[in-house]
Design a protein around this ligand. Sequence first.
Ligand code: ZN
Length: 133
Amino acid sequence: MDKIEHIGIAVENLEKSNALFAKLFGEAPYKEEEVASEGVKTSFFRSGPNKIELLEASNPDSPIAKFIAKKGEGVHHIAFAVDDIKAEMKRLASEGFQLLNEEPKMGADNKWVAFLHPKTTNGVLIELCQDRG
Ligand code: ZN
């Protein structure tokens, strides 16, 4: 794993949180995107070399809706950049980590993504992401 690619934050209302984080960073989000297959609406902010992803549930069955119902708003996942997501998924599975998807999925921001179950990573949802190029 190369570096932290972004940190994902679950929010109840993307519009309100966009305004809040725009004040925090002094800049509007550089991208907004809905990932229908994941049931999320997202926006991305830059803070220097770092990226923050805000996620709002786009339907009641969304994993983000379930997360907020259980834990409230807050840090949802940490994403790490990888060069070869399939190789990394294989390596981590062989190390005993539970993957939430068996094949890379199309994520937001032009990435292939995969998630590790938080029960195998001390309660932290880990996302792997590889540029789709
Ligand atoms: Zn993410």
